[in-house]
Design a protein around this ligand. Structure first.
Ligand code: AMP
Ligand code: FE
Ligand code: FE
Ligand code: ZN
Length: 290
């Protein structure tokens, strides 16, 4: 039997990964993957370069990871939720507008964080941080982590998060993310499918409640990413039960970020049956078969 290896969550230099879109395709080939999804934060800018680089034997799933928020039904607090979207029409005007708004906001916020660091005497040059970002890329805190590493202040991206970039740090600046209901509706209208990335990754902060997940499933959410490096075994078991109850598809993926994170591409994978189901439900764009 041929075993298909499918990784549906990976980042390039168009957001906070360190491989170019074409480099990401090469990494997928080297890892022996059959299918890889490109899911940069809030952008589809890498799709064309990645598609051109797909060799025979590999399939590319075009996607994105949308920055969204969900209001907690009890506390009213805004919970950050990453929403993976696949095979939507990248020219959908509502989506194009919202994603460019978010990228602009990401740039402003990145510069403000760099300015706060510089004002505090850290050897970080806001102009240099912004100049290094590709013109249409989604900037994020990992870009600041790189600047802190170049300055010799930290040894790794995760150390930079612990010491300088976490929400509680004095340098943190927030962002106005998309309400998740709106994001699910926009992707559905653009013919795509949606999967909540690492829904119960509690080390990242507050997470959504099971009742919220039920509401989103009723609204048209397609699936949840369960096999993810930020979910431990009990969390995976808990989520599997919920997904079965709610009729949600279940995926597994590495969330590869190149050298910005220790996880290797293909470290977690998705069942081929689930992959086929995702593809069959989407109408907005096609997979790229090499
Ligand atoms: P931002 O998009 O600016 O809010 O930054 C969040 C991004 O930083 C996530 O998409 C992750 O890729 C990355 N990240 C968050 N926490 C860590 C960490 N502890 N170590 C490495 N990368 C992290
Ligand atoms: Fe990221
Ligand atoms: Fe994420
Ligand atoms: Zn991701």
């Amino acid at each position: 039997m041929v075993v298909m290896r499918i990784d549906l969550h990976a980042h390039s230099t168009e957001s906070d990964g360190t491989d170019s879109p074409a480099g990401l395709i090469s990494a997928a080939v080297r890892a022996g993957l059959d299918v890889v999804a490109l899911t940069d934060h809030d952008t589809t800018a890498g799709w064309a370069e990645a598609a051109k680089a797909v060799p025979p034997g590999l399939t590319l799933v075009p996607g994105a990871e949308l920055s969204t928020v969900s209001a907690d039904p009890v506390t009213g607090r805004q919970i950050s939720v990453h929403l993976l979207a696949y095979l939507f029409d990248p020219a959908s005007s509502a989506l194009v507008l919202e994603q460019s708004r978010l990228r602009e906001e990401r740039r402003t916020r990145l510069r403000r964080m760099a300015e706060k660091m510089a004002a505090d005497g850290l050897p970080v040059d806001p102009d240099d941080v912004m100049d290094r970002l590709p013109p249409d890329a989604a900037g994020g805190r990992p870009h600041l982590a790189q600047a802190l590493m170049r300055a010799g202040l930290v040894e790794s991206v995760s150390h930079a998060f612990d010491s300088y970039l976490a929400k509680g740090s004095g340098y943190y600046v927030g962002r106005e993310d998309t309400p998740i209901e709106l994001a699910i509706d926009m992707i559905a209208a653009a013919g795509g499918v949606t999967v909540i990335a690492h829904p119960f990754a509690r080390s990242r902060g507050a997470v959504i409640r099971p009742e919220t997940l039920a509401g989103l499933a009723a609204r048209g959410l397609t699936g949840v990413e369960i096999d993810h490096p930020d979910h431990d075994a009990p969390t995976r078991a808990e989520l599997r039960g919920l997904a079965a109850e709610l009729g949600l598809l279940v995926t597994g993926s590495s969330d590869y970020h190149g050298t910005n994170k220790p996880t290797k591409i293909g470290a977690e994978t998705t069942d081929p049956v689930v992959y086929e189901e995702l593809v069959s439900r989407a109408t907005g764009s096609s997979v790229v078969v090499g």
